[in-house]
Ligand binder design. Structure first.
Ligand code: C2E
Ligand code: MG
Ligand code: MG
Length: 587
């Protein structure tokens, strides 16, 4: 760490005694630090002492600057202090702590070199508002300076983001194009980094939007310090883009991750960083950002700060994504997408109580695509509701087919995303389809995954209430996969909760804690009169354990794999007389 410059005591006391307001700065560890202030400056600042004034300047320099000017002046100051600009000439509005109104300040600075070769910046300040009370020509000057402030603010708005003070994406494109040219001329590889906080929604939900905004601004400031303001952009919400040299990237990211705890007094989220190296001479910034973002998205679901370099696997996923989006409409109209059904049984009697409908995309080119491949893509694009309505239609048709074959109906569950309810009036559409088909609404159950709680808890409460009113059952899917707490069960009224497969997988672990946990949850839900279903039951031992602890329903490969409609109908025809689903009697 470099030490702040110290003048000799004699020089210091002469400088400090000056009634002219000025301050002397030094760039220390990429920060503008104050090394000396004159009496005139202390008076202008309105602070009660020189120490208080220096403390304020070194900890929160722009606290009393008009927020409309703060980021602009901060940048200008940094550029001057770091030597990018030779002179400093800034006009802005600021006030002393004790003043209510902002005054117009005109600041001018230049660099000086001390005898021992240290570069310092001296800035003189004029309070033009106070001066305007005197001669008339001063008033004219104030008027014209005020105009300058307005123009500077307007210009800044075109290039910088209001919230963080960082360049906006339009300006970032210009900055990157210039920097990439210079780097490539110097034989360096430009890199773009895309940054995104993990679980920002959850943070906003827990601490409120004001705190969330503070977290975003804090990251903006940190990025400025690590990469330099003119290399960063605020993309929107909690997303940022940065460019740098490929060789410096790792060190800078280490520094960034290590400094995260300094944001928002340590109440901060982990950060995901996706990296794209423009090593093939392609400097298209949109493409570079898209690729860095794809790498960043790859880290979703991880609650630690991590980085990920764009690679061939991600490249393939991008083209898979494009394929899915380009062919989605066709996949529905040509029935490449089909509903598969998995039976759910009562562990006591072994009878089928319900079924779950699961989507499969059987592609003429790529073969079978699992929902994990296409559901998140459709959800991100906001078109998942189309697939889910299509699935509802498939379920209705298969119910008609069962009726034609004399097979009694059981309720079928449909997986929906909470986003479906934002995209269209889902409940209305489902109600209408069931009514028109002449099938009682109780035969359709809606499964909402636990992730919805983290994403939009209010909407979830509304969905549960409205589904119940409309006559559909509502199940909580994947309980235990993410933000689980038993609290969820008392806050939301679901007709049933589906314990995620994770519980069964931990149950298999030797130490017995997994079993204990499942037993405890089942004990609690029984007492609270909450119905339960265990997903992913694969062995007889698991089924027996769950049955012993009072689980209400069981679903898993032990009883049935998800099957297409024809296989499902054939199974019912074979087993109708027996009305049993014991696995040893299957096949
Ligand atoms: P989910 O709703 O939790 O569905 C259960 C998943 O576990 C299914 O995966 C199922 O095939 C699998 N599974 C069932 N029993 C067993 C077992 O004994 N062992 C193992 N290892 N796995 C078992 P699938 O079909 O790949 O679906 C994945 C997820 O995709 C579903 O999880 C659901 O969240 C989503 N999904 C599926 N179809 C749809 C749909 O039509 N709409 C929406 N919005 N989401 C869907
Ligand atoms: Mg499900
Ligand atoms: Mg599930």
């Amino acid at each position: 760490m470099t030490e702040a410059y110290r003048f000799s005591p004699a020089v210091q006391s002469v400088l400090e005694a000056s009634p002219v307001p000025f301050a002397i700065y030094q760039l220390l560890n990429h920060r503008c630090a104050v090394v000396l202030v004159s009496d005139g400056f202390v008076k202008l600042s309105g602070e009660r002492s020189r120490d208080a004034c220096i403390h304020l300047m070194n900890t929160d320099m722009y606290r009393y600057t008009d927020p409309a000017d703060a980021a602009r002046v901060e940048d200008q100051g940094y550029r001057f202090a770091s030597g990018i600009e030779e002179n400093y000439n800034a006009v802005y509005h600021s006030r002393a702590a004790s003043q209510k109104e902002y005054h117009l300040i005109h600041a001018m600075g230049r660099h000086i070199q001390t005898e021992d070769g240290v570069r310092l910046a001296v800035v003189w300040y004029m309070d033009e508002t106070a001066a305007s009370a005197y001669p008339p020509y001063e008033q004219e000057l104030v008027q014209s300076l005020n105009q300058t402030v307005q123009i500077a603010r307007k210009q800044r708005k075109n290039y910088y983001d209001d919230m963080t003070g960082l360049p906006n994406m339009t300006y970032f494109h210009i900055l990157f194009a210039d920097a990439a040219k210079t780097m490539s001329a110097e034989g360096k590889t430009p890199a773009v980094i895309y940054l995104d906080y993990s679980s920002m929604r959850l943070f906003n939900h827990r601490y409120g939007f004001a705190e969330g905004d503070e977290l975003i601004r804090g990251l903006g400031r940190l990025l400025s310090t690590v990469f330099g303001t003119e290399s960063c952009a605020h993309v929107g919400s909690d997303h940022f883009a940065v460019f740098t040299e490929g060789d410096r990237l790792d060190r800078q990211l280490d520094q960034l991750f290590a400094s995260l705890t300094g944001i928002n007094h340590g109440n901060v989220l982990p950060l995901r960083a996706g990296i794209y190296l423009c090593s093939d001479g392609d400097y298209d910034v949109s493409r570079a950002c898209d690729r860095a973002k794809a790498a960043c998205d790859h880290l979703r679901g991880q609650y630690v700060s991590r980085r990920m370099l764009f690679n061939d696997q991600i490249r393939k996923e991008i083209s898979r994504k494009a394929y899915i989006l380009d062919n989605f409409t066709r996949a529905l109209s040509e029935h490449w997408v089909r509903a598969y059904y998995q039976r759910i049984v009562d562990p006591e009697t072994g009878r089928v109580t319900d079924e779950e409908a699961l989507a499969r995309w059987i592609d003429p080119e790529s073969g079978m695509l699992s929902p994990d491949e296409f559901i998140p893509i459709l959800e991100d694009e906001g078109i998942l509701w189309k697939l889910d309505l299509y699935m509802a239609q498939q379920i209705i048709q298969s119910m008609h087919e069962k009726q034609r074959n004399g097979i009694p109906l059981v309720p079928v569950s449909l997986n929906l995303s909470e986003r479906d309810f934002r995209s269209c009036n889902m409940i209305d559409k489902l109600s209408r389809r069931m009514d028109e088909a002449g099938i009682e609404r109780k035969y359709l159950i809606i499964e909402i995954t636990e992730r919805a709680i983290g994403r939009d808890p209010k909407l979830l409460a509304k969905i549960i209430e409205e589904c119940g009113k409309a006559g559909f059952g509502v199940w909580l899917d994947d309980f235990g996969s993410e933000y689980s707490s038993l609290n969820i069960l008392s806050c939301y009224h679901f007709d049933l909760i589906k314990l995620d497969q994770k519980f069964l997988r931990t149950m298999q672990k030797e130490n017995g804690k997994g079993k204990l946990l499942v037993a405890e949850i089942l004990d609690f839900t029984k007492k609270a009169e909450i119905h339960t279903l265990a997903e992913g039951v694969e062995t007889r031992e698991e089924a027996d354990f769950l049955k012993e602890h009072g689980v209400n329903k069981i679903q898993g490969y032990l009883f049935s794999r998800p099957e297409p409609e024809e296989a499902q109908l054939a199974w019912y025809r074979n087993h109708l007389s027996m009305n049993q689903t014991e696995p040893d009697r299957l096949n």
